[in-house]
Write a protein that binds this ligand. Structure first.
Ligand SMILES: Cc1cc2nc3c(=O)[nH]c(=O)nc-3n(C[C@H](O)[C@H](O)[C@H](O)COP(=O)(O)O)c2cc1C
Length: 380
């Protein structure tokens, strides 16, 4: 693959980035992708400040190459101890009903309730040192951003929200700043904050999810903010092999942000049963649900998400739904239940056949992209 301005901006060989995937994109995985010639991005969404600094130190000890940090900056979060809604019943009022729904589900599925410690660990407490702010609060995000700034990381990516308030500090440090968007209007918003690179992530992708399909989203974001006079756009969502990378480039993207393909890597920080669920999956193996975090997210099909569909119930908004789903996912993970807690993943997982070293997956993305272009002239 030829180097382009994405390679220049990040100082990398190939314009393929490991997507920040909370907990899954570990220092070992990020370093492996950076070493292979791409850009490894740490999935640090749940890391408190202490753990985030440790992850940054670890990735720096594993590679001299550039890397990045991805966190979430959702616009609608509570202050510590806060929460509530001006109109109608607040999510806090609805919480008991949803907790009861979760308890009944656990009984039906034979799941053992997690201990307080197990639940706390699942809810992100394992990423936080004593005294650090609670996960999914404004104070937590502020503390993470402080570390990003102090550590002068090469690249920062906002998985949700707008990093505008920290832009000046990051740019002063030479940090390149990216944002993941799922709609043209979000792209326009973050560009006006001075973002360096945009990721257009379509409906096919794993994790928090856009309603717009990848094939339609990428060129529309490129037309709005990209092109030779705009900023580089990376394509994301359902890109699992080199054909997908080539397709994103054909749509005007200047690189790819790849998540699920690296979930089935030896280095990914998910459990072996979750990697197996990916290998076993077909193209029909995922669904979009708010049952995990309260925001629409693409997950491997689970009985928990289906229970909400069957009961015709709407999950609570972020961050309240995590209080409901936390116990289900913690007990599902402890019991290694692929039908309860398989995790986030994109629609491309039907193409994944085995768990491999990240370096091998990366090289296949590069070689497959070249092959796709070599074959293209014969198609027209
Ligand atoms: C397991 C998993 C966890 C994710 N966690 C995050 C996250 O913490 N922050 C973020 O920006 N995006 C997150 N995402 C979305 C990815 O960054 C990326 O946009 C997505 O994986 C691209 O689609 P693909 O999985 O089809 O490659 C996650 C995705 C997956 C599959």
């Amino acid at each position: 693959m030829a180097a382009n301005r994405v390679c220049e901006i990040f100082g990398i060989e190939h314009p393929i980035l490991l997507a920040g995937m909370g907990g899954a994109s570990t220092p070992a995985l990020a370093a492996a992708v950076s070493e292979a010639g791409g850009l490894g991005i740490l999935g640090a969404a749940a890391c408190g400040p202490k753990m985030l600094r440790e992850w940054i130190d670890e990735v720096r000890s594993l590679t001299d190459k550039p890397f990045g940090v991805d966190t979430l900056l959702p616009a609608s979060v509570r202050r510590e101890g806060g929460g509530g809604n001006a109109d109608g019943p607040s999510p806090m009022d609805l919480l008991p009903e949803h907790m009861k729904f979760a308890e009944e589900f656990m009984k039906k599925e034979g799941l053992t309730p997690p201990t307080k410690e197990q639940l706390a660990e699942h809810m992100g407490a394992s990423g936080r040192a004593p005294g650090e702010p609670q996960f999914l609060t404004k104070e937590f995000f502020d503390a993470q951003m402080q570390v990003v700034i102090e550590e002068k990381v090469p690249v920062y990516a906002a998985g949700l929200g707008n990093p505008g308030p920290w832009m000046e500090d990051m740019h002063r440090n030479g940090t390149k700043v990216m944002a993941v968007v799922g709609a043209v209007r979000h792209a326009v918003q973050v560009v006006s904050s001075g973002i360096d690179v945009i990721v257009a992530q379509g409906h096919d992708g794993g994790g928090h999810n856009s309603p717009i399909g990848t094939l339609a989203l990428i060129p529309q974001v490129v037309d709005a903010v990209g092109g030779p006079n705009g900023i580089p756009v990376l394509g994301a969502g359902g890109i699992v092999d080199g054909r997908g990378v080539a397709a994103a480039l054909c749509l005007g993207a200047e690189g790819a942000w790849v998540g699920s393909a690296f979930l089935a890597s030896e280095e990914a920080g998910i459990q072996p049963y979750q990697k197996q669920a990916i290998v076993d999956s077909t193209e029909e193996g995922t669904m979009v649900s708010r049952s995990v975090t309260g925001k629409p997210a693409r997950i491997i099909r689970t009985k928990w998400a289906q229970a909400y569909v069957d009961a015709k119930m709407e999950p609570l908004p972020m961050p309240f739904q995590s209080m409901v789903s936390g116990q289900i996912l913690a007990s599902g993970q402890i019991a290694k239940r692929g039908d309860i807690a398989p995790g986030f993943a994109g629609q491309g997982i039907g193409m994944i056949r085995s768990v491999r070293p990240a370096r091998e997956i990366f090289q296949d993305l590069v070689d497959g992209c070249k092959r796709a272009f070599d074959n293209a002239p014969h198609a027209v």
